[in-house]
Design a protein around this ligand. Structure first.
Ligand code: DC
Length: 232
């Protein structure tokens, strides 16, 4: 992949990349970070790590006080190297566990809890720090980094998203497109209608529809916008 030498403005640039599940956010964010030699933060992985923490602690997810109190004890650390992003919980690598069906099924419920969002938003802001980073999530442009230099909101047709998701799954997790699409839509509906920081495009976000674009085309467009912002 061709890398671009860093213009001065890129060193402190913050790119917020939000969008629905399966919109191609993760691949696009990582590739943009690699091309521009920026750091990369996957905030969905943090919500997943928090969910894994609560599940392994046996916390009743319907008991908001118990969730809030256990959440404060989770030690989540995200490595921001785009080539090899890491996520640890209490010092232990949980990159496989956070992608389990169990975690995926519970993560929307956990991420709707205000105390969880408060803790993870603070953690995300501390990682963003001086900038030079691509941050992907659901509420980055609206809540976590409202002053981001570039906000992109990625959307795609649900059937296209489901097909991409199925293609990503390993043989051990083989699923059919129809059931994956139903899951994506269920999660989108939940994430978009929760009271705390619902999934929505910031008013100043560039909305990019990736349905008919290749990953490279999406990345090219975001890189072009980022270089424009870095130089302005
Ligand atoms: O991007 P993902 O599918 O790994 O995200 C997992 C869940 O985390 C998703 O259902 C919504 C939630 N999430 C969130 O509420 N806010 C974020 N900034 C990132 C993810």
């Amino acid at each position: 992949m061709e890398q671009i030498s860093k213009p001065a403005g890129l060193a402190s640039l913050v790119i917020a990349l939000d969008g629905t599940a399966g919109s191609g956010k993760s691949s696009a964010s990582r590739d943009v970070a690699l091309r521009l030699r920026l750091r990369y933060l996957d905030t969905g992985a943090m919500y997943r790590a928090m969910t894994w923490h609560l599940l392994t602690q046996g916390v009743d997810l319907d008991d908001l006080d118990a969730v809030a109190s256990s959440a404060t004890e989770a030690e989540i650390v995200s490595g921001t190297e785009a080539l090899r992003p890491t996520i640890t919980l209490g010092g232990v690598d949980v990159s496989v566990e956070i992608r389990s069906d169990e975690t995926t099924a519970a993560v929307s419920q956990v991420s709707a809890v205000p105390r969880v969002r408060q803790l993870l938003t603070a953690l995300q802001r501390s990682v963003i720090g001086p900038g030079g980073i691509v941050v992907e999530g659901r509420d980055i442009g609206t809540v976590v980094a409202p002053d981001a230099d570039l906000k992109v909101y990625l959307v795609a047709d649900p059937a296209a998203r489901a097909e991409r998701r199925v293609a990503e799954l390993t043989a051990a997790h083989e699923r059919d497109v129809v059931s994956v699409e139903a899951d994506l839509l269920r999660r989108d509906a939940f994430d978009s209608t929760r009271a705390a920081a619902p999934l929505s495009a910031a008013s100043d976000a560039v909305v990019l529809d990736s349905t008919y674009l290749s990953l490279d085309e999406v990345v090219d467009e975001i890189v072009r916008l980022a270089l424009e912002r870095a130089q302005s």
